[in-house]
Design a binder for this molecule. Sequence first.
Ligand code: T4K
Length: 380
Amino acid sequence: MQKPPAPFPEPIFVTRPLFPEFSDFQLALNGIWERHWLTNKGKLHDELEAALAARLRTPHLSLVSNGTAALMLAARALELQGEVITTPLTSPATVNAFAWCGLKPVFADVDADTLTLDPAAVKNAITPDTSAIVGVHLYGMPCDVAALQAIAQRNDLRVIYDCAHAFGTEIGGKPIADFGDASIFSFHATKLFNTAEGGAIATADSEIKRKADLLRTLGIQDEVTVALPGINARMNELEAAFGLANLKKLDAEWEARAKLATIYRERLAEIDGLDCFELPASVRHSHHYFVIRIDNERCKITRDDMYERLKSYNIFTRRYFYPLCSEFSFYRSLPSSNPANLPNATKAAAEVLCLPFYGALGGEAAGRICDAIIYLVNRN
Ligand code: T4K
């Protein structure tokens, strides 16, 4: 029997925000002090907006205050009405943002393997009131964009993609923001690329960009014209400075995470009933999360047991996204929330576990996390 591994002396969380070099941030702050300009399309804001549009290879990008606001603004810019079809296996942000815009969420099941919207389930969920499909590229796994686009075209629906986990993802060399009418990103502290709080709307449609830019700043077009009923969803100069400095560290962070992923994959491959969530070879990984699925029947330990017991080693994993959004008290009574309608999402929510995953974790710590996982499986 393997010796029990020693607990980590400090808590190990699912992620740790990427920080820029302090000197780079400080340099950018000097400029803010000199210009005395804090928000409302500052110099750094515009620089970051341009840098991200180039990095994500999208024709138009609007920086905003967070990913949730990006979803709300996208819904408004596309003038959605009635119902939107989406996945229950996502952050509350995805669904709540549309509900805040007065839209009715309709949940469709996910594909059993990709955990993204199942096009057949989407097709079945369409009613005369449907205005859009909202896909989530969950854990950086792209939705079946071709099938969803075909459904949208046939039924005159708009498509929004939630790319919060898919910064830098490519499908067959195409950037992730190439698909749908609009794509939203989150730059929250816990995201691969972060500005502490932040987000963006990317689109190829100049009219959506025009509206998003107005909507993020109260709809104000000029001193005497308020063109749209907008909100305040602006990114400020401090966040933009943090983001510009952080961009310099992004490639190294991605590489470090790729190495951690290899360690996890190699060490955990041997466990019966535990699978690492894999992306197709044609997809460039965002390395946003490292996700395992524990089959509660086949594995010697259940997902929830693993999640609880790892805490005694000071390892704090997360069950993103359990419970499903369809199980929240305020959505539970929707007809589409019936678990019988969502068998794959229900199963996945009981199986997924996100392991600690950030460059500063280091290979040695990832190895020790694997030791703990393997030990817990074998002692059962
Ligand atoms: N769409 C999707 C698919 C999303 O996942 C999200 C956000 C959105 C849209 C909306 O984007 P935003 O409006 O947030 O920009 C976190 C994030 O708050 C949330 O942004 C994210 N999804 C969600 C999946 O995860 P929590 O409640 O799990 O975060 P929290 O505070 O527990 O942080 C996780 C771990 O990170 C902590 O245990 C420790 C570490 N941490 C966190 C922060 C904030 C740090 O070490 N330092 C920090 O500053 O929601």
